[in-house]
Design a protein around this ligand. Structure first.
Ligand code: G6P
Length: 610
């Protein structure tokens, strides 16, 4: 909202936000008491192409009732959305923004309106005509119902009736204002010079201003040509602090790499260095400023999703081993709906790159409500989860844009090891000081590991047409097997399964034949000899073994023609070192298949719906 033409700002903003959802996109710009709209199934570039190349015009409501030359689109007020479908298939009609009957009010929305069916029924009885299958459209019609010349009042009345989660923005062609509101889905307000920009992630705001206000649940903001106001949902003003984003604008660019994922893989030495920075002092004490009383702590429960859940599994090994404290790990979505038994003697640790994953947030709130202490390991500063935990450890990994998480994983495991050592200190458990030497060398070892890239590219070529992959590991490297399999399936669409190496005898071995590549994480630890036996078992059934190892022994050479050698390191760090080749392998297989590595189908970077 401002004096500049909103259209190019919105297109660029959508491109930055696209990793959050990319099945369809839409824009609506208000100008001269009219709303100009364009929607398109597919990526933002498709939408942009329509505007810029093919037609050079945009149409009202996609129905070409009135067409505008591109040069005519000059409005300083606009909203835009890139969608990850929840209700209604991805198509042009279901793409946001959604209109009221008179096409005077437009709405974009993240989240889920849980009572949309009931509201829709009422509105339809009152004569409202719905065109899409989305839950969002009820908001436009509700606002229309209450609109009597004041969009802010109408929005408040509508919001009071909706149940569920929302991060939304509303415009009305008769007023020069944008109304935004949040409950459960992130909304950040960027405060610029003579302009204010709202987005659900700071990455879209960063090119315009570093000064932001994070809305809390049940807050709204009104953006006007000459300012903004933050209010509660009763319309009363709320005082908010303006905070400064620390990320540099270049960090959200590809910087010469073909994909963000590749860039982020290669950023890992720096990212891990940043996670470690200032957290180990000269006397090898871990320094974490955690505002939590650990004295009567009986148990840690870790809740997370996706890749963060895999680092949580590694965290269990690390904390139990170093700090001698029991740890349970849960999928956040399962924890929340199980009526978990947690209380004041427990610490709920949530791990989330984005700090916005809805299930993790729900788990956190549930545990808090039951009196548990809460701690977060989070990357995005100022995110909802970061603001709601009692205390937290930021990763400082920089923005992660590729949908498949890479550097955040390495930093999460690093932070978990720091936490494990910190807890060991607090609990008086003896620490082998060698681990600090290893930790300080970790960025260098990651760099060394990244040098394997060329060899892995050859393996990617050899195995890119496989239909299935099996990933096996033991101990701390079992979650690495899970993560390797997840990386491959999410970006290459090859079916892959991760399994504890010994457990594969109880099922997956039935799938093994000469067409099945089996990736073994076989680095030297107390399970090394056992894992060699597991490799023999696969070999005996004709499986093609890819071995990640720091001990290129004769045995391994006999068992595998596809060896990826990694540097030796402490067992605690092996999950980080061993995951890197698996990230690179997945990346190159997907790239060789010409797939969109950064935006794999059906996925989204942060899942802000339950
Ligand atoms: C999505 C992403 C994954 C991520 C997971 C958890 O599924 O595609 O890469 O690991 O969400 O996200 P979080 O931001 O909570 O770590």
């Amino acid at each position: 909202m401002g004096k500049k033409n909103a259209f190019p700002i919105l297109i660029e903003g959508l491109k930055k936000m696209e990793y959050r959802g990319y099945d369809s996109a839409g824009i609506c710009v208000g100008h001269n008491n009219d709303l100009m709209l364009a929607k398109k199934k597919g990526r933002v570039v498709e939408l942009e192409k329509d505007f810029l190349n093919e037609y050079g015009v945009c149409s009202l409501d996609g129905s070409c009732e009135k067409r505008y030359e591109l040069k005519e689109i000059k409005g300083g007020m606009g909203i835009a959305h890139t969608r990850w479908a929840t209700h209604g298939e991805p198509n042009e009609t279901n793409a946001h923004p959604h209109f009221d009957c008179k096409k005077e009010i437009a709405v974009v929305h993240n989240g889920i309106i849980e009572n949309y069916n009931a509201l829709k029924e009422i509105l339809e009885k009152e004569g409202h005509i719905f065109v899409s299958k989305t839950d969002t459209e009820v908001i436009s019609h509700l606002v229309e119902k209450f609109y009597q010349g004041n969009i802010e009042e109408a929005a408040i009345k509508a919001i009071k009736l909706i149940e569920g989660t929302f991060g939304l923005a509303i415009i009305c062609k008769k007023e020069n204002k944008i109304i935004v509101a949040r409950r459960g889905s992130p909304v950040v307000l960027g405060v610029g010079e003579n302009e204010n920009i709202v987005a659900s992630d700071v990455v879209a705001i960063l090119p315009h201003t570093k000064r932001v206000i994070y809305l809390n649940d049940n807050e709204m903001a009104v953006l006007m040509q000459d300012g903004y106001a933050v209010k509660n949902l009763d319309g009363q003003n709320v005082e908010k602090n303006i905070e400064e984003i620390k990320w540099a604008a270049e960090e959200i660019e590809k910087g010469g790499y073909k994909h963000f994922m590749l860039k982020e893989i290669f950023e890992q030495p720096k990212a891990v260095e940043n996670t470690l920075r200032g957290r180990i002092d000269e006397d090898n004490n871990v320094k974490l400023s955690l505002d939590i009383d650990f004295s009567n702590l009986k148990r840690i429960i870790i809740a997370a999703c996706g890749t963060s859940w895999h680092s949580a599994l590694i965290g269990k090994y690390l904390i139990e081993k170093s700090a001698n404290l029991p740890v349970e790990v849960d999928y956040a979505s399962e924890f929340r709906y199980r009526n978990p038994i947690v209380g004041p003697d427990d610490l709920l640790l949530v791990i989330s790159q984005s700090g916005e994953t809805a299930d993790v947030l729900a788990a956190l709130r549930e545990a808090k409500q039951k009196g548990a202490k809460t701690l977060g390991i989070i990357n995005v500063v100022g995110s909802t989860i970061a603001r709601e935990v009692d205390s937290g450890i930021y990763l400082h990994a920089g923005p992660e844009i590729g949908v498949a998480s890479t550097k955040a994983f390495s930093c999460q495991v690093t932070a978990l090891l720091l936490l494990a050592l910190f807890l060991a200190q607090k609990r008086g458990v003896k620490i082998d000081k060698e681990i600090f030497v290893e930790l300080k060398n970790l960025p260098k070892k990651i760099e060394e590991t990244l040098k394997n890239s060329d060899k892995i590219i050859l393996l990617a070529d050899k195995f890119k047409d496989a239909k299935n992959f099996l990933y096996l590991g033991r101990g701390m490297n079992f979650p690495v097997a899970l993560e390797g399999a997840l990386k491959l399936k999410e970006i290459s669409y090859i079916h892959a399964e991760g399994y504890p190496a010994a457990e594969m005898k109880h099922g997956p071995i039935a799938l093994v034949d000469s067409n099945m590549p089996v990736v073994f994480v076989a680095t030297k630890d107390n399970t090394y000899s056992k894992i060699l036996s597991n490799m023999e078992e696969i070999r005996a059934r004709g499986g093609q073994i890819i071995a990640i190892t720091n001990e290129v022994s004769q045995d391994i050479q006999r068992l595998s023609q596809n060896i990826i050698a990694v540097p030796r390191c402490a067992e605690e760090l092996s999950p980080i070192i061993n995951t890197i080749p698996l990230q690179i392998l997945a990346y190159h297989i997907a790239d060789k298949k010409n797939l969109d590595v950064d935006k794999p189908k059906n996925l989204a970077k942060s899942v802000t719906v339950e």
